[in-house]
Ligand binder design. Sequence first.
Ligand code: EPZ
Length: 419
Amino acid sequence: MQKLIIKGRKEISGKISISGSKNATLPILAASILADQAQIKNIPLVKDIFTMIDLLNFIGLKTKLIRKKNIIEISSKGKNINTLAPYKLVKTMRAGILVLGSLLTKYKKAKVSLPGGCAIGTRPVDLHLFALKKMGAKIKIKNGYILAEAKNGLKGAKIRFPSISVGATENALLAAFKAKGKTVLTNCAIEPEIIDLIKFLNKLGAKIHLKGRSILISESKIKTSKISHEVIFDRIELGTYIIASTLLAKKNLIIDKINPKIIKSEIDVLKKIGVKIIQKKKSIIVKKGQRLKNINITTKPYPGIPTDLQAQLMVLLTQVNGVSKIKENIFENRFMHVPELRRMGAQITIKDKTAIIKGPTKLTGAEVMATDLRASVSLVLAGLIAENRTIINRIYHLDRGYEYLERKLRHCKAEIKRI
Ligand code: EPZ
């Protein structure tokens, strides 16, 4: 089992380039089932992406990954497609459920493993199935699989989501692609990753318009030509490195290959805490940590503060003056990083769904264990500011979603190595 060893309190400086978004790439890979040929650029080379590519290969698509250019070429033309997403591939990468919408709308049937829960929650898919049933899909659950079919194809429908779900919105968008007639989705998730998926589907010939939290999908004129798409940057990775530079920057740290407008709410919160951020068109400069002050945060669907940044913000708040609170409103069990941070000296208590953080506290290095993707990166941040050495176990969680993490940090003079 690999580990990360971090020597804390090393000042960092220089430049960090942000990779493509894992959470934009995954639904776009699922959407590539709908294309004859697609070239997808700026994809992050992380475990979840490789698992999704394995799934596309299993289904029968032809994929060519050009690693050194972060490009993948995919073709579904003339392939005999197996409309099955097996448990072995979906259990480790829940977003595998997103092939359900694509397979159903294009091949009128699909057998997809229920993804099951993960460390942060039970992760149900009832909203995904609710939307597909509204479009006429016949759905049965048997032996841990979703058996879906739509003999005469899916039909457009008016669908109001009872609660906001990124994955369910994405599955409904994919299913609506070849549905007969118009589909109107309301109370949708509108994360930037969903906007990127809409851009990709419109390149494929879809006619999708977003208005507030409503999405209108009219009948698509499917293009058969090869399409090309560059995935947006990873706004969660960006938030993670802004926090790292606030905590450790010797002077300024430049972060590039981004569009600062997309993370307005994160930047607003960081500025409220006292982080100095200078925004340029495609980059930002984070000034050395200043007098930081406490704040109360609640995680919300976009454009609110993302739940995927909650653990990282918590580490920052252990270093600010005063008592801060973070309410986790999206997932039922997303505080697993707290016991590990406490072992490093953080003063955090949990009451219901709220973490109460007392700062500033000196963190000391310890041997800790990663539990889920974003919690594991919060331990890296803690290790970078803690005294002495921190050893992080189970870093396969990190490898699911952060491209070249040690390399990017070492490039900024952090002392971090993998053994
Ligand atoms: C996506 O997960 C992201 N994953 C998550 O990032 C992210 O934390 C989450 O959206 C929220 O922003 C990908 O994009 C691959 P949801 P998703 O459906 O789609 C409940 C990471 O670290 N719900 O918006 O699964 C659900 O339990 C990952 O990169 C239902 O009840 O999230 C949760 O409480 C972690 N029924 C809430 O809705 C459903 O059918 C939001 O979940 C679906 C979801």
